[in-house]
Design a protein around this ligand. Structure first.
Ligand code: MTE
Ligand code: HPA
Ligand code: MOS
Length: 764
């Protein structure tokens, strides 16, 4: 959509806090003025992966310099629980510890250093138990956090045995740390008469409010949670921010003083959950053209010690193991493995990326078996339009544009010419090898739990015509707040500079869902529009009455209200309406229409619509060392009619690179004792600016209005681009495939070591 003059929606406006980010004055939770008497907390963690606690002796902790108080499980007045969907994990360990890093106690001291030093002085006696440290051992021992789920459509078994070709493979797929730049943090402040004010770096202030109330034995009305912004979250602060907030709140209740808990990077990585790593088995049958006849998937994910969000995450893996492909005969078994490692949680894509990884590997293997270009096999398997268009969970795809996007990207990126060039290069170069891959993305938008698809907003208009905006969404850098402000600006026909964007605050907008599932702007945009429209309606009625003009002749535009023949400023109209005693405050609400879904049968319409995209990556690999560079990436991504193309472009670029990091350089390692050995940037490598492809061409699909009635026909963009990173992985695999080793056993993350293994594995 071309941006309209004097309209905010569709403009490439900068992030509302960009000027604050760059000069360092954007206030994150740790930057807030500290209350008098503030105490700083640290967490005492289990050193064992699985053990019985024989005794906890905190004498040395308590007598350490600056220490004021400690808190163990027995000190918790309310629920000792941090499980948000299922109450299956204690905030502080009771009789057992189940992972190395599990919180056992908290300590409060006058300074951060004092608290952190004291936390190491505890004498905890353990009797060690046998840990389960990987998903396959968990499957063997039937150790699960939730029951195994199975989804079937058609006849996978007979389709497999009847197919002209058949392949099987086991895949190891690594996890990923969110590595938000701002770690987990919360500050709790006691208020009069038992009230608690909690500043939390959370995607879900409502849940922090509820969990803090439960832990401290208060009611929701007694707890307020505020989050102005997070320094990144990426799913890591969807459920687990509540743990940090509860510990701060518990210590505040115990000491009567404000308490702040800020995890340092190592503790954050050890103590909080990540993307689930998976072991995946596939068995596929296909015809000579590469069309899949039947496929059987076994997914086993590392959930850690508790369910956390693993139920819906693994469901999303099951939903997305089709990516853009029609799977007529399919059987999916999904094990949610209980391991003695930290409870894994949401991470951009929420299980979807792992499902897509599986099917893209299947497609790549089919192509390499048949000696075809993988792009050709992808096309063979795309969902159709009007036929072959029902997913394995019975949703009919009504907005399929994947073939169009892929065709356009193939042409724009000169894929075919470059594929030939890659082949020519490789024929001449024996050690350095190039590879290229084009992969598509289709990602379902909505929370799969239907009831979570609701949002609220609160809008006030002041007498000078400026606006106070609140909604239940949180800002984590994704640009939600500016997008919603653009929507409200256009409702009133004013500039975004007339709107104050306020922190997410449970006392202003109640019962909000997490800002997650990429649905932040879809839902909060509609809710805020609904609130603003109510006020505009009242202003319109007033103006019609006051100036005796038909309502149809009243228009709000460019800060001016046109009332028949005359014009006045928006502020002047508001002032007149105030004199006439018109209410200038309204709440708004939105619930996503059309969706329904039966979890028992895994069928229905879990998603309102799909977001699409495609990417081409080209790499060069040194086959002696396994090192590689991403040389060029071309992306075409569908944001519908973008609310803000500058923000959306940033999301596409950032999501892609984060996906590339997941599949290439970011490697989580645990030792035999179940300790995470990669808990800082020295051992865990996220992509940096120097990892960007030197030639990076990203565009948003134009004239792409959403077929569904979303806010200004835009599409959610937060998560889908992450999965475009699959193209880089497959480009690496393409580079190292040879006649002798046509299907390299490349596992993810494709670190140089993994690449070398895939090359040498064949030689052995
Ligand atoms: N972008 C930035 N800069 N920081 C983040 O933490 N989180 C991602 C995505 N983009 C994230 C981000 C995730 S996991 C989600 S679900 C969406 O943003 C959430 O925001 P939205 O629904 O407003 O897009
Ligand atoms: N996506 C992201 N977060 C969620 C979801 C989902 O589908 N369900 C519950 N939390
Ligand atoms: Mo995003 S993983 O849904 O927070």
């Amino acid at each position: 959509m071309a941006a309209k003059p004097n309209k905010a929606v569709g403009q490439a406006l900068p992030h509302d806090s960009a000027h604050l980010h760059v000069c360092g004055s954007a206030a994150y939770t740790d930057d807030l003025p500290e209350p008098r008497d503030l105490l700083h907390l640290a967490v005492g963690m289990s050193s064992k992966a699985h053990a019985k606690i024989d005794s906890i002796d905190l004498q040395d902790v308590l007598s350490a310099e600056g220490v004021v108080s400690t808190c163990v499980a027995a000190d918790i007045p309310g629920d000792n629980n941090c499980g948000t969907i299922i109450a299956d994990e204690p905030l502080l360990a009771v009789k057992h510890v189940e992972f190395a890093g599990q919180p056992v106690f908290a300590v409060a001291a006058e300074t951060v250093d004092q608290a952190r030093k004291a936390a190491r002085l505890a004498n905890i006696a353990y009797t060690e138990l046998e840990p389960i440290l990987d998903p396959l051992s968990a499957v063997e021992k039937q150790s699960f956090v939730l029951p195994t789920e199975t989804l079937q459509r058609g006849e996978a078994e007979s389709a497999l045995s009847d197919a002209p070709h058949r392949l099987q493979r086991r895949l190891d797929l690594g996890g990923q740390d969110q590595f938000y730049l701002e770690g987990h943090i919360a500050m709790a402040i006691p208020e009069e008469d038992g009230g608690l004010l909690v500043y939390s770096s959370t995607q879900h202030p409502d849940e922090v409010q509820r969990m803090v109330a439960h832990a401290t034995r208060k009611e929701a009305k007694d707890v307020v949670c505020i989050c102005r912004r997070m320094g990144g979250a990426f799913g890591g602060k969807e459920s687990q921010a509540a743990t940090i907030a509860c510990l701060a709140a518990l210590m505040t209740v115990k000491t009567g003083r404000a308490c702040k808990l800020r995890l340092d990077r190592d503790v954050d990585m050890i103590m909080t959950g990540k993307r689930h790593d998976f072991v995946i088995d596939y068995d596929v049958g296909f015809d000579d053209a590469g069309r899949i006849q039947g496929v059987d998937f076994m997914f086993a994910s590392r959930c850690g010690i508790s369910a956390d969000l693993s139920g819906p995450i693994n469901d999303r893996t099951m939903f997305h193991c089709d990516n853009a492909y029609f799977l007529e005969n399919v059987k999916i078994v999904s094990h949610r493995c209980k391991t003695n490692t930290v409870s894994n949680t949401a991470f951009r894509g929420f299980g979807g990326p792992q499902g897509m990884y599986a099917i893209e590997y299947v497609i790549d293997d089919i192509a390499r078996t048949l000696g075809k270009d993988p792009l050709e096999v992808r096309r063979q398997n795309f969902y159709g339009i009007g036929e072959r268009d029902t997913t394995h969970y019975q949703q009919t795809i009504e907005d399929n544009i994947v073939a169009d996007i892929v065709d356009k990207l193939e042409a724009d990126s000169k894929y075919q010419k470059r594929r030939t060039a890659v082949g020519n290069f490789n024929a001449r170069s024996s050690i350095l090898k190039r590879g290229i891959a084009l992969t598509p993305v289709k990602f379902g938008i909505s929370f799969t739990a239907t009831h979570l698809n609701q949002a609220g907003a609160l809008v006030h208009v002041y007498r000078d015509g400026t606006v106070h905006l609140n909604h239940g969404g949180t800002e984590m850098g994704q640009g939600l707040y500016i997008k919603v402000a653009q929507v409200v600006a256009d409702e009133f026909g004013i500039g975004v500079d007339r709107i104050r964007i306020n922190a997410a605050d449970t006392s202003r907008v109640p019962n909000a869902s997490a800002t997650a599932a990429s649905s932040g702007s879809d839902m909060n945009g509609k809710a805020a529009q609904n609130a603003a429209a109510k006020i505009r309606r009242r202003l319109t009625e007033f103006a019609a009455r006051h100036f005796n003009v038909a309502e149809a002749l009243i228009d709000f535009h460019g800060g001016i209200v046109t009332v028949g023949e005359q014009t006045l400023s928006f502020g002047d109209l508001v002032q007149l309406a105030w004199i006439d005693r018109v209410s200038m405050s309204a709440t708004g609400f939105y619930k996503t229409p059309k969706i329904h879904y039966d979890r028992e049968t895994f069928s229905g319409r879990p998603f309102l619509y799909y977001a699409y995209g495609a990417a081409v990556s080209e790499v060069i690999v040194d086959t002696l060392t396994g090192e590689y560079r991403l040389l060029r990436a071309d992306i075409l991504h569908d944001c519908g009619d973008s609310l803000n193309p500058a923000i959306d472009l940033g999301q596409v670029e950032g999501g892609f690179i984060q996906g590339v990091g997941w599949l290439t350089s970011e490697e989580l390692c645990w030792n035999d004792a179940g300790e995470l050995t990669t808990h800082g940037p020295s051992t865990y490598k996220i992509p940096t600016c120097s990892d960007l492809p030197p030639d990076f061409r990203v565009s948003l699909l134009q004239n792409a209005r959403n077929v569904e009635d979303t806010i200004y026909r835009s599409k959610a963009v937060g998560e889908p681009p992450l999965m475009l990173g699959l193209s880089a992985f497959h480009a690496i695999r393409d580079a190292i495939a040879t006649d002798d080793n046509p299907m390299p056993d490349l596992q993810a993350p494709a670190t140089p070591e993994a690449v070398l293994n895939a090359i040498e594995g064949a030689a052995k």
